[in-house]
Design a protein around this ligand. Structure first.
Ligand code: DX5
Ligand code: ZN
Length: 212
């Protein structure tokens, strides 16, 4: 299991140290939540701050766009060279075109699904994706409670992936903790995002190890 701490729950006054700390504690990716105040009712990280996090990180970035006007934001964050760049299927009218553009920029494309969106919405995109991110909370805030129906969705998505694009990864984001991690693994998850659970832990390495 790969682990991606979400810096949304970090101390932003010491962001560089926080990023270094979770990388040293065993993170595989650093998850960056970009919110625009339109697609979600919160406003977070722009390219300047994401760039500062990238400079401090010894692990690759996983940028999660929760924004309207996705192509604009994709271009804005591309120079930071994240490993993954994900955007919400609910927002983009031409996802296939944007996936191709992200790959042309040298970034691995990913699509995110809100809790209500069926996995079948992206069935015909799977062959072009490196990762699917399933939201297990309503996007916008850290520290929310895990929505259990994502377990069934993870299983169903895994079945589609095995059939159509076996290399595509499944990432779960929201309310992930030591109690639901093993059920998510069993359902087919490859990467777990966790904010409050890791940054709120006295021992972050132990928190990351418990998820793995
Ligand atoms: C929510 C974000 C998540 C969030 C996860 O919109 O996409 O990445 O930070 O935080 P926790 O693990 O605290 O639910
Ligand atoms: Zn996220």
């Amino acid at each position: 299991m790969l682990i991606a701490p979400s810096i949304l729950s970090a101390d932003f006054g010491s962001l560089a140290d926080e990023v270094k700390n979770v990388c040293e504690a065993g993170a595989d990716y650093v998850h960056i939540d970009v919110m625009d105040g339109h697609f979600v009712p919160n406003l977070t990280i722009g390219p300047l701050v994401a760039g500062a996090a990238a400079k401090a990180a010894s692990k690759p970035l996983d940028i999660h766009l929760m924004v309207e006007n996705v192509p604009f934001f994709a271009e804005l964050f591309a120079p930071i060279k994240p490993e993954f760049l994900s955007f919400h299927i609910e927002e983009e009218k031409h996802p296939h075109r944007l996936i191709s553009r992200i790959r042309d920029l040298g970034i691995r494309p990913a699509i995110t699904l809100n809790p209500h969106t069926t996995e079948r919405a992206i069935e015909y995109l799977l062959g072009d994706l490196d990762m699917v991110l399933l939201m297990s909370v309503n996007p916008g805030f850290g520290g929310q409670r895990f929505i259990p129906s994502v377990l069934e969705k993870t299983q169903r998505l895994k079945e589609l992936i095995v059939k159509r694009s076996p290399k595509c990864l499944i990432e779960i984001d929201g309310g992930v903790n030591g109690e639901n991690a093993s059920a998510l693994k069993e359902a087919g998850a490859d990467i777990l995002v966790a904010g409050a659970y890791i940054f709120g832990a006295a021992d972050r390495k132990a928190a990351i190890d418990s998820l793995r």
